[in-house]
Ligand binder design. Structure first.
Ligand code: EPZ
Length: 420
């Protein structure tokens, strides 16, 4: 298992390009199951989660081929409608195949996702939503087994706003007979991108971008090509890295309108921003001001940026409170940040942070994707040589993170597992 070795203290300077959105790709790839044919996706990042999704689709008979950032998908030969536990346990987003399989083939056998590094992450809303559309669903030995001759339009109201459940139910409803209404739908940019992709495929969806979607089922869809939207969390992670080191960087190929809540908080913490159509320049003070954050569904402060913000607040000039209302236990990074000298008190889903003058290097352990990112960021300013272990968590969602940080002046290198 690879690790990163980071010598803290360098200020980040320079320009980097942001890659395509992991979470948009993970929704659009299974959507290709809705229509046989050839698809070409552009701006696809080189990430473990993308190859995991490709492998899952290939197990169903889909052909996939990736050249640089182009992913070609051919769904002519789909002949298996199962997502086995061995595959699903690697990545929860595998459950996105449920809706398309039932809608197009009338059958799906998808493993329940199993545990995740932080918290229970139920899938009841996915199951209930597809059941409301007329599928007969049983849970059999850890598998969701869904059958339906033809799905029928229905009204689905989510009591919790869920990105994944909105995506799954939308993909099921587009081929259902009649009208479906989804209320309290998620409006994250990745869900909007999925809805727009489905419309390009011939689906009839009204209310895109609002929490009420009205879907008129159609008989068939057709393959189309699509380019991924930029990854808003990668963009946010680099902006926080700049703020942590008192740096001055420009990020390109991003969509500033997808991260307005973060940009506001960065300005409150003392960073100066210049915002273009697809770029952002940030210049940050040596020490950030303390700024409280409470995560919320889009367009609120994203839970996927909570860990990174905690790292920034660990060296702020004063105290701050960070609350995660989406995942109450997404704080596996806290004990590791404390090993780096952070002063954090955790009480359920609330972290009270007292900024310290200097973090100090240590050996720390990655537990999940965004927690790992927060440890790398903290290592950029910790005095001495920080080792971040198990960086395979990072490789799931950040493309060549160490290379991009090196290009901005960070002293970080990857040591492959066999060397230690
Ligand atoms: C998506 O996960 C993202 N993953 C996550 O990003 C992100 O943290 C999350 O949305 C929230 O923004 C992908 O898009 C692949 P949810 P998802 O369903 O869809 C509860 C990353 O770092 N819930 O919106 O699984 C759930 O427990 C990943 O890239 C139910 O109760 O999240 C949570 O409290 C990590 N029942 C809330 O909804 C359900 O059936 C939001 O979860 C489903 C969800």
């Amino acid at each position: 298992m690879d690790k990163f070795i980071i010598n803290g203290g360098n200020t980040l300077k320079g320009t980097i390009k942001i890659g395509g959105s992991k979470n948009a790709a993970l929704a659009l790839m299974p959507a290709t199951l809705l229509a046989s044919g050839k698809y070409q996706f552009d701006n696809i990042p080189d990430l473990r989660d993308i190859s995991t999704m490709s492998k899952l689709l290939e197990m169903m008979g889909v052909d996939t081929e990736k050249h640089n950032q182009i992913l070609s998908i051919n769904t002519f030969r789909v002949n298996k409608f199962e997502a086995p536990y061995e595959q699903v346990k690697k990545m929860r987003a595998s459950i996105y195949v449920l809706g398309p399989l039932v809608a197009r083939y009338g059958y799906a056998k998808v493993s329940l996702p199993g545990g995740c590094a932080w918290g229970p992450r139920p899938v009841n809303l996915h199951i209930e939503g597809v059941r409301k559309l007329g599928a007969k669903i049983e849970i059999d030995q850890g598998y969701i087994v869904a059958k339906a001759k033809k799905l029928k339009g229905a009204r689905i109201t989510f009591d919790v706003s869920s990105v994944g459940a909105t995506g799954n139910v939308m993909m099921a409803a587009v081929l259902a007979k009649g009208t479906s209404v989804i209320e309290n739908a998620a409006i994250e940019p990745e869900i909007i991108a999925l809805a727009e992709f489905l419309v390009k495929m011939g689906a009839q969806i009204n209310g895109i971008g609002t929490t009420r979607l009205e879907i008129e089922g159609v008989d068939a869809l057709h393959p189309v090509n699509e380019a991924m939207i930029p990854d808003r969390i990668e963009a946010g992670t680099f902006l926080v890295a700049a703020a942590l080191t008192g740096g001055k960087i420009k990020i390109e190929n991003c969509n500033p309108s997808h991260i307005t809540s973060l940009l506001t908080k960065l300005e409150e913490a003392g960073s100066k921003l210049q915002i273009g159509t697809d770029w952002i320049k940030i210049q940050s003070p040596k020490i950030p001001k303390p700024v409280d954050v409470t995560t919320a569904v889009y367009p609120g402060f994203p839970t996927d940026m909570q860990a990174q913000w905690l790292s920034l607040m660990s060296v702020a000039k004063g105290s701050s409170v960070i609350i995660d209302t989406i995942y109450f236990d997404r704080f596996k990074h806290v004990p590791e940040l404390i090993r780096l000298g952070a002063n954090i008190e955790l009480n359920r889903n609330t972290a009270m942070v007292k900024g310290v003058k200097q973090l100090k290097a240590a050996k720390v352990m990655s537990t999940d994707l965004r927690a790992s990112a927060s440890l790398v960021l903290a290592g950029l300013v910790a005095k001495g040589k920080t080792e971040v272990l198990r960086v395979y968590h990072l490789d799931r969602g950040y493309e060549r993170l160490e290379k991009k940080l090196q290009s901005l002046g960070a002293k970080i290198r990857r040591v492959s597992g066999k060397e230690y």
